[in-house]
Structure formats: structure tokens, C-alpha cells
Design a protein around this ligand. Structure first.
Ligand code: 13P
Ligand code: SF4
Length: 392
């Protein structure tokens, strides 16, 4: 592989710095550690044959999970594709597979490790495949916020809820404080459950999913929600604001979905009369409000499968998925909501060279890139994940 690091200077190691093609280290971030190994060249014409042969040689010992945002070249080798909820369920339902190769991002592989048996190993083909949203909530910051809520005497009323897109230690924090994990396909059910346990929710780390669910699906007012900014003293909020709020939203967002704007919606409606606008709930509140439909990736797929032939759809989610859906439904006009928005750079790190390398290492008896959550964190996080899996 070309050593791109020799021609480009890596930005300083902030949690949000992007790592180059699986090389380098960002210990402060959710994704964590180096990605070792000599990858096959992306130009190798035998990559598909090599992945096919390695997967066949491993047989039932390996199970490959693929998130909908993965590249086609990787998705073709997935035994199951899904949104983050379905993939968590699938990981938990495969106790016989020795190796779970997770084609997705770090927090998903951590959740799979927590939900699988101790003898199974979960592998992330590129350890630099993190999630900028997950990196926006760091345990120390969250504990500082919680201590402040304790000083105000409001923690008894608060149920912490974390989006699946968070590190295992944030899920552990939520588990030990009687909260629950949610995904974009069950956020309303998780919030319904939470408001049966308490009168306030502390929602991490995606402000948009929290706000969109509370306001658009549960009838809350925007004023019921406050935004806790971990970079400001006391979150940038007064005691009164925290005491009166029903939803305390962490100031985090998805760097892909956060780029869709209300202008994208207006522009496509003008350009394509009768277009249906379908967006993911990680989009900003004004965008979701202006859309016709909102839902998780699994919802988006089902909506487009069921759409009538000839109908037009502008879809606000990651590009790999939208492109695949457009190709799968040539009788429908399926387009990207905003032509300027790009792929999720971290999802895209899992490419065919990384998958080939991973599978061939396994065939050779070496187990690369194992994702392991320590026992205490896993135990506490599992409580919050199991609560999610048990939601009605
Ligand atoms: P879902 O898989 O829950 O739809 O979430 C999308 C996402 O951003 C995953 O990182
Ligand atoms: Fe994270 Fe957004 Fe990428 Fe999902 S699409 S992995 S939330 S940055």
C-alpha cells in the first residue's frame, strides 16, 4: 500500500482528528489504537477471489456482519446486513461463531463483544474505524456533568439514555445509573420506558436524535430540551434551566447527517416536484421537521422497497446506502438529499483490502484487531444493552 503518511501531515491528536487509511494512533478517541498489518494493494485484481477463498476456508467459524453504510465491496461478503440495532441482535444470536468480523465502526464492535460469549472474538478489520459522534462524549466529561446534577439534587429524577453510537464506557455509565441504550429504530420506546422511571432524561451523545424523538414523536416542546455543552462550565446552563428541563441533551452530533440543511430540502423540492424527502433522525431538527418521513437505516430501506414504481425520493443519510438503494430500484427515482454531503469517512475505512487481510490472518491462525471491553465495563454496559433488547 502507498504510504500516504509520508506526503501528508496528520493533524494533531484531537479526538476528532481523522486517521489516515488505518495507520497511526489516536489514544484519546473512542477508536483508540493502532491498526497493524501489511494490507494487500487496493489494485490487486484478486481481492474478491482472495476474500471468497478465505471466507470459504473459515466456514461456520466466522460470521460477517455489515452495517448498511459499508461499501459494496465489503457488503457483498456480509452474512447479515443491518442497522446498528439489528446487528447487535444478530451478534447476540450467533453463539456458535468463533469469530465475528464486524464491518462497521468501533462502538458497534464493542457492543457485539459485550453481547457475545467470552469465547467468541469480535474483530474490527480497521481499528481506526471509529465514529466522530461517539468521540464527542468522553466518560470524564459525562461524570463531571453527573456530579453537577448530583450537587443540584436532581439525579434521582434523571434517567440517562445513550444512543448506541457511544463508547462502551458511556454505556457502562448508563447501565450503573439505571439507564438504557437506544438506537435510531427504538429511541421512542427507550424514552417512553425512561419517562416511566423518572421525570427527566439525560440523552447522550446525539442531540438531534434526542430532540427529534422528544419533540416530533412524543409531543415535547423545544423549550423542554436544553443543550449541555461539555466544553463550557456547568454545560453552559443555569441551575434553573437544568432543574426545569425534561430532556438534557448532550452537545454531540453526526458529522455526516449534521451536514444536511433546510436549504437541501427546499432545493430538492423545487427541482423535483412531488419528491418525497426521507431522512435519518440524526439530521438536524429543522431538516427532520421539513422532511416527509424519518427513520433509521432499516426503516429507510423498507420505505423505499415499499414505494410505488415511478415515485421520487430524496434521501438524507449516508451515501453508500443511498447509492445502493438507487441501483436496487431502477424503477424509482432515488437521489441523495444533498449533492455536497459525502461518505462517512470512518465507515469507509473498512475496505476490501482490510477485509481480505483480516480473513487471511484468521485462516493463518492469527486473530487480528480483536475488540475487547473490560469485564466491569462490559457487565455494566450489558445491563443497559439488555434493557434495550427487552424493550416492548
Ligand atoms: P442506524 O444504524 O441506527 O440507523 O444508525 C446510523 C448510524 O449512524 C450508524 O452509525
Ligand atoms: Fe458516526 Fe455519523 Fe459515521 Fe454513523 S454516520 S458512524 S454516527 S459519523
Amino acid at each position: 500500500m502507498t504510504d500516504v503518511t509520508s506526503t501528508w501531515t496528520e493533524p494533531s491528536n484531537t479526538p476528532l482528528a481523522l486517521l489516515l487509511l488505518g495507520k497511526a494512533t489516536d489514544p484519546a478517541s473512542e477508536r483508540g489504537v493502532d491498526c497493524p498489518g501489511d494490507l494487500p494493494a487496493p489494485s490487486d485484481p484478486d481481492l474478491v477471489a482472495r476474500a471468497t477463498a478465505a471466507k470459504a476456508a473459515l466456514g461456520d467459524r466466522v460470521f460477517v456482519l455489515g452495517h448498511h453504510y459499508q461499501r459494496d465491496e465489503v457488503i457483498q461478503f456480509a452474512d447479515v446486513t443491518g442497522d446498528s440495532f439489528k446487528l447487535a441482535q444478530q451478534a447476540a444470536a450467533r453463539p456458535d461463531a468463533e469469530f465475528i468480523v464486524f464491518c462497521g465502526v468501533h462502538f458497534m464492535a464493542e457492543s457485539a463483544d459485550i453481547l457475545t460469549t467470552p469465547s467468541q472474538r469480535v474483530i474490527l478489520p480497521d481499528l481506526a474505524a471509529g465514529c466522530s459522534m461517539a468521540d464527542m462524549a468522553v466518560l470524564g466529561q459525562v461524570e463531571t456533568a453527573w456530579e453537577h446534577f448530583q450537587d443540584l439534587g436532581i439525579t434521582d429524577q434523571i434517567v440517562p439514555v445513550t444512543y448506541m453510537n457511544s463508547s462502551a464506557d458511556i454505556k457502562g455509565f448508563v447501565g450503573r445509573n439505571d439507564g438504557v441504550v437506544c438506537t435510531s429504530s427504538n429511541a421512542k420506546r427507550a424514552l417512553d420506558w425512561s419517562f416511566e422511571q423518572g421525570s427527566k432524561v439525560f440523552f447522550l451523545p446525539d442531540q438531534h436524535l434526542g430532540r427529534n424523538t422528544a419533540v416530533l414523536e412524543m409531543g415535547f416542546e423545544l423549550d423542554d430540551c436544553v443543550l449541555y455543552d461539555p466544553h463550557k462550565p456547568q454545560g453552559g446552563l443555569t441551575d434553573e434551566q437544568l432543574i426545569n428541563a425534561r430532556m438534557i441533551l448532550w452537545r454531540g452530533h453526526c458529522s455526516v447527517h449534521g451536514r444536511f440543511t433546510i436549504d437541501s430540502v427546499r432545493e430538492v423540492r423545487e427541482r423535483v416536484p412531488g419528491v418525497n424527502v426521507l431522512v435519518h433522525p440524526e439530521c438536524r431538527h429543522d431538516v427532520v421537521r421539513a422532511a416527509d418521513y424519518v427513520g433509521s437505516t432499516e426503516y429507510i430501506i423498507k420505505a423505499l422497497d415499499a414505494a410505488p414504481s415511478g415515485s421520487a425520493w430524496a434521501v438524507g443519510t449516508e451515501l453508500n446506502l443511498v447509492r445502493r438503494l438507487a441501483l436496487a430500484h431502477p424503477d424509482k427515482q432515488i437521489m441523495f438529499l444533498d449533492r455536497a454531503v459525502c461518505y462517512c469517512s470512518t465507515m469507509n475505512r473498512i475496505d476490501l483490502p482490510h477485509l481480505v487481510w483480516t480473513l487471511e490472518e484468521l485462516v493463518a491462525g492469527r486473530v487480528p484487531n480483536v475488540i475487547t471491553v473490560d469485564e466491569k465495563t462490559a457487565r455494566e454496559a450489558r445491563v443497559a444493552l439488555d434493557r434495550m433488547l427487552a424493550l416492548p
